[in-house]
Design a protein around this ligand. Structure first.
Ligand SMILES: Nc1ncnc2c1ncn2[C@@H]1O[C@H](COP(=O)(O)OP(=O)(O)O)[C@@H](O)[C@H]1O
Ligand SMILES: [Mg+2]
Length: 574
């Protein structure tokens, strides 16, 4: 599946799995560990279905034998039986639902775990083509669709089918004429209700879609509020919202009108059914072909027959949605992970930081080369400045060194070993990355910095912040190092975020340092100050520095000018 554009497209997708059986066979292994519990559920369902059949029969007996026969003692006895049957029926229903809820929640917990852990193993390239919103929707909406079906509908479906079969058999055993009458009336009834229900469902689907449209208008105008205001588009956003709001109104009226018609109609038809049974039964009773109690039993059976029938359509939809959700979830779980480490992958122990690019070729998409036969060398401790226009391929070079993407030709070596033969975790531990766009987590400043090295003490974190010239502004934050940063760190300036990123890298103490426009968002005065810290940081490490300002690259050992993915010039600045 490819990336979809916009919320509207997301909501209009058809809720059907392309291959329902395949989705089911992928889902079933998640239930396998719970075979015993599921067997218990099945047993409970069978028991409560049989108890459900027994109730109406006992009622008929009570009418015929004990009310008709004027036997109060017998009536009291059968009333107690009925009470016991009723209690046991509900007890087993509750037990089945309780076990099923536990089983399904555990299975879903495992599925969520597998999905999330697999996401962590996927390559950066995967995230290029799958927007965060879409992935979030798999973890929440799709899993929830599966949840709905598994936790509620599997047992109900089983119980419905079982009780319908049971009722059919019981009816024919008890009285074939009344059974036939029921069999003729019930389908007509359910056809009528299904007819209305179809319009209701269509109505609610349309409602969903227009709600989706409304959501996307809201979402865009909230997250893009700065742009909306700057271009003075509030009025047109309001217009767009009004149109969508209107659509929601009309769709909701339509859907709810049909939904409300459904109830009375079902009641009327239900009464109609009772009348038919009572009429036919009465006629048979007058001719002594059937007892009054039997008629009561049948009316009760008939109602128990209609309910599951009506639920089946809903369950069908819910199960379809679940399978479609499962299909989307497994699509991710089945995406091959990042090229795994070779079993004989070397561990990169001590590193001097000798980096060589040999004839490297790479393109993000096939047939669009971005890096062309590039050869580049950084001797241990050297600083290499990469300069060149935007889009030249500077960041791409870094992406290849970190193995965020795999090269397509040539090789990259560190201290002589091909980075493809080295464990990724080892490789990345040697690399310290400061990027232009710093991601900070919704946590304290202290913990955000400690991300660089999880076992660092508070003192070490603060020393790193001092070296990055970040300590000063951190102390001025409301709670200093304990200030919780907001999501995406909206409460810090770009430059401050970069200083935190630099501190994080200092803490990690990498052998090879990579600064990709790391100081582009700080003013020249601050830059001059961190420059000193950076120089200290770069001491004894191999560094790749991508920068626009001359001041940053002045001291580089080699300035490499890149354009269109090729080195067009190199040498020292002087
Ligand atoms: N994830 C990506 N998928 C496809 N193309 C990309 C991706 N990232 C960058 N590119 C393309 O690769 C080229 C080089 O980009 P980049 O290395 O980021 O340039 P810069 O020198 O500005 O850092 C650009 O043409 C850009 O459009
Ligand atoms: Mg770049």
């Amino acid at each position: 599946m490819t990336a979809r554009g916009g919320a509207a497209a997301r909501f209009s997708r058809i809720e059907k799995a392309r291959d329902p059986r395949q989705a089911l066979t992928r889902l079933l292994p998640y239930l396998k560990p719970f075979q015993l519990a599921l067997a218990m559920v099945l047993a409970s369902v069978i028991i409560y279905t049989l108890l459900g059949l027994l109730g109406p029969y006992l009622m008929g007996q009570a009418i015929d034998r004990f009310i008709g026969g004027k036997d109060p003692a017998g009536l009291a006895r059968i009333a107690v039986y009925m009470l016991v049957v009723y209690l046991l029926n509900n007890l087993f229903t509750a037990a089945a639902n309780w076990v099923m809820a536990r089983v399904s929640q555990q299975a879903l917990q495992n599925l969520r775990r597998d999905l999330f852990e697999h996401l962590q193993a996927l390559s950066i390239g995967f995230f290029d083509t799958h927007p965060a919103g879409e992935l979030m929707s798999r973890l929440t909406n799709d899993i929830d669709a599966i949840n709905q079906a598994v936790s509620q509908n599997v047992t109900s479906l089983l119980a419905s089918v079982l009780s319908m079969v049971g009722i059919l058999i019981a009816m024919f055993v008890l009285n074939a004429w009344l059974a036939l009458a029921t069999l003729i009336v019930v389908p007509i009834m359910s056809w009528f209700t299904e007819f209305i229900a179809r319009y209701t469902r269509k109505g609610f689907r349309d409602l969903q879609r227009s709600l989706g449209g409304l959501n996307s208008v809201m979402e865009e105008s909230i997250s893009g509020q700065k742009v909306v205001k700057a271009f003075r588009r509030n009025e047109s956003v309001i217009q767009a919202f009004r149109a969508q709001n209107d659509a929601v109104y009309h769709a909701a009226v339509y859907a709810n009108t049909y939904a409300m018609m459904l109830m009375p109609l079902t009641n009327v038809l239900g009464n109609f059914f009772v009348i038919v049974l009572a009429g036919l039964g009465g006629w048979l009773a007058l001719h002594n072909l059937v007892s009054v109690g039997m008629i009561a039993t049948f009316i009760s059976y008939g109602q128990n027959f209609v309910n599951p029938l009506r639920q089946l359509a809903n369950m069908y939809n819910s199960i379809q949605a679940a399978l479609a959700g499962a299909e989307r979830v497994f699509e991710i779980i089945d995406t091959p992970p990042e090229v795994p480490d070779a079993p004989d992958a070397l561990s990169l122990q001590t590193t001097r930081g000798h980096v060589r690019f040999e004839d490297v070729n790479f393109g993000y998409v096939p047939d669009t080369p971005i890096i062309k036969s590039m050869s580049l060398e950084a001797k241990p401790g050297q600083t290499i400045a990469l300069v060149g226009p935007t889009g030249a391929g500077k960041t791409t070079i870094i992406n290849l060194l970190t193995r965020f993407y795999e090269i397509q030709g040539g090789r990259i070596t560190i201290d002589g070993s091909d980075i493809r033969a080295v464990r990724k975790a080892d490789l990345r531990r040697k690399l310290g990355l400061v990027l232009q766009d710093t991601f900070l987590f919704a946590d304290t400043v202290m913990e955000n910095l400690r991300y660089g090295r999880l076992d660092a003490t508070d003192e070490e974190v603060m020393r790193a912040a001092e070296m990055a010239d970040a300590d000063h502004f951190i102390r001025q934050l409301p709670q200093g190092y304990q200030t919780v940063l907001s999501e995406r760190a909206g409460n810090l300036s770009q430059g401050q975020r970069q200083l935190l990123a630099i501190a994080r890298a200092i803490l990690a103490d990498p052998a090879i340092l990579i600064l990709d426009e790391a100081t582009s968002s700080v003013d020249t005065r601050t830059e001059a100050r961190i420059q000193k810290a950076l120089l200290r940081l770069m001491q004894g490490r191999t560094s790749f520095v991508i920068a626009h300002r001359l001041s940053t690259i002045r001291d580089a050992d080699n300035v490499v000018v890149i354009n269109h993915g090729e080195i067009v010039e190199q040498g020292t600045h002087q």
